[in-house]
Design a protein. Sequence first.
Lengths: 231, 231, 231, 231
Amino acid sequence: MGARTFVVVGGTSGLGLAAARLLVDEHRVAVLGDVPDEVATVVDELGCAGQICDVSSYEQVRDAFAEVVDRYDVIDGVAACASMWAGGDLAALSPERIRRAVEINALGTTYVFKEALHHLRRQGHGNLVYIGALAVTKPRPGIPIYRATKSYGSSLVESLAEAQHSNRIKVMELHPGPMPTRLQERVGDEFLDEIYALPEQVATEVVRLLLLAPDDLYVSGERVLRADGRW
Amino acid sequence: MGARTFVVVGGTSGLGLAAARLLVDEHRVAVLGDVPDEVATVVDELGCAGQICDVSSYEQVRDAFAEVVDRYDVIDGVAACASMWAGGDLAALSPERIRRAVEINALGTTYVFKEALHHLRRQGHGNLVYIGALAVTKPRPGIPIYRATKSYGSSLVESLAEAQHSNRIKVMELHPGPMPTRLQERVGDEFLDEIYALPEQVATEVVRLLLLAPDDLYVSGERVLRADGRW
Amino acid sequence: MGARTFVVVGGTSGLGLAAARLLVDEHRVAVLGDVPDEVATVVDELGCAGQICDVSSYEQVRDAFAEVVDRYDVIDGVAACASMWAGGDLAALSPERIRRAVEINALGTTYVFKEALHHLRRQGHGNLVYIGALAVTKPRPGIPIYRATKSYGSSLVESLAEAQHSNRIKVMELHPGPMPTRLQERVGDEFLDEIYALPEQVATEVVRLLLLAPDDLYVSGERVLRADGRW
Amino acid sequence: MGARTFVVVGGTSGLGLAAARLLVDEHRVAVLGDVPDEVATVVDELGCAGQICDVSSYEQVRDAFAEVVDRYDVIDGVAACASMWAGGDLAALSPERIRRAVEINALGTTYVFKEALHHLRRQGHGNLVYIGALAVTKPRPGIPIYRATKSYGSSLVESLAEAQHSNRIKVMELHPGPMPTRLQERVGDEFLDEIYALPEQVATEVVRLLLLAPDDLYVSGERVLRADGRW
């Protein structure tokens, strides 16, 4: 298979940017991000396409996907990397911050899946890779909201994978452990494990899943981490 | 322990109403619901207190709890039963319906937990019982959104239970199987198993958890169903 | 329902003994244990029936159940409490100790389920309650073998519950947190949490499940613990 | 990294044989199997080393690993593929067959892990890949015993991965969906999904994990299947 077209939602920083960087030499890439300046910078740096898109708005998600299809006809894979951090005790989080985390991580992810699957099913093929979090595997008293939004996404992937009734449309997920991305810097260093994975390392796994062919096996549920034995 | 005070969020129909009915003879009960007429009817029928409250509005949740505390001083237990059904294929669900399901079931549940725990911690005791769903235990291609919102709630309960660092504030969950409530009637009979539990039967378990004393053991994660062997 | 007949496998100490004690005033009880002196002591103390039975021997399990049926005709419920502790690092455990833990906790549990279900299905009703462990909910580097045997049992319960195709034969499980039983004393105090449940407290939940009527709902998957907020 | 040494436990048929075949051109491989003729055939065909080893005997496991170390000094990776099928209703399985399935799949796996980790820790590096089963993700009324033994193995991997406290010794697992191997032919075609993965396809994933370098990330928990949308 030659050059293909990939959409990286949340592709302007962290793991999404690292995945876009790995794809851009051989493939067509469109990054979606909600901050115009950041989208412009990445488009400039990588020479890829870019769309401004707040995933919590259905219209923006629909229009961003429609523009990619207008431009490239086919979408071969979508990486759903957009995510907002919301660490800290429930009592300490403002109602507005909770709402925003739920709107981006749960509602926005659903809209991205809805539009992505609409196009993949129309085409009859394509891959959807959701970036989950290792946090879903255990209760996390320190990050209840963030973990709950990731449990939502993971649950959605499991149900939607079964709903496709075809190997040609793969709905997959990958659970990274801690990475020193902007998402985590915001909450302070104390939350990072001493030993963590670099986004560049995890991005190779994201790309591996995006590049699976329609007749390849499903490969999903990967846990990818630099562990020091813990997960 | 004598008469105590309980808040039943989503107490105007289905399981919530059945739990309120069981509690009201011996305890003080406040039911919260988002439809004024329904709240009025239940207040009338049960002779309990009632508050109009759309759980997706933080202010309404905050004010409803504040009014209960104004009136009764102490809240001994909260049943989080408010839930919106959103069955059917992702492609068939409108963006607005998806948003509403996420706002009620995920965001609204978080606001209820935030306010409930604020008061329980201030008091130093009390029980919070979340009504999950057996649906979380397996992928459900036919109800991806509903299941994802319940996976969100279940994840939140697990994290918040650990975050209390005390046996005196119990954050618990109960997973009912199918019941013939209004929530399910809306989606059509075909979704109901032939054999299902009645809300009155499941309500006895909800009440059992609500009535646990501060020094009692945690009892959580119950799966309650009329099973015909399946779950 | 009046007096019924219950078999408590592993009923000579800890949680099993506590459950037998709660049942014996109103019901017929047979305790099964692998140490003749201990069985004799409990039979003496409680005035119940007793059978010597090493659960890792199919013949002994079969014969013990057959004798209970000979004596009482019907078995209304079985509590599967027999369990061997095997804490500590994999490197530190002897091959023989590992074998014994697997034979008692995995193989023996399977034989108990096989015989119990044989009789319950013949009768057309009855309850089987497996004592799992909260340890199954997270990786436990310090108790890999013990946890693996409990994961085995929990998996078996889930599959067998679905295999009955009837509400009248209930295969249920209960996951206690740490208790100061002989099972744990053997491994040293350092493994016990500071705050733990007493077997007498957890036994009330075991008995509650054993006493469910054929037409009652399934109630399963309970986590019962004195938590101090953790689990 | 150049040629390395791998042990494939259960390497004489199915997935294990397919993995050995992929490794043998560039690496040193020792296959372990319990049927002397089968080991001889594979040694002949692949030109690799072979050891006769019934994993349910600790002495045989210990000696087989010791001979590999004698011959090659270092073990870089171990694939734990030995597994016995035990499908069918609990009532239909003979006590002896149940015992054997538990001895091979649970006890034998534990012995393999014990010896493998002994050598990997002595060396300070190496990979252990356990072949789980997608069956662990849902209750399976039709294969309760087989699933329970795989739940045991999966639980063990999770605990032991955390117990290493180092990224250099990776304890990983991979969950294949149905494959038309000898393990499944034994139970009759009706158990196979219409669409299944070939051992050769899944083997590439086994080998990918075996070849991870000490400083690579952990990659574990993969679900690998040809799904037709189901899992």
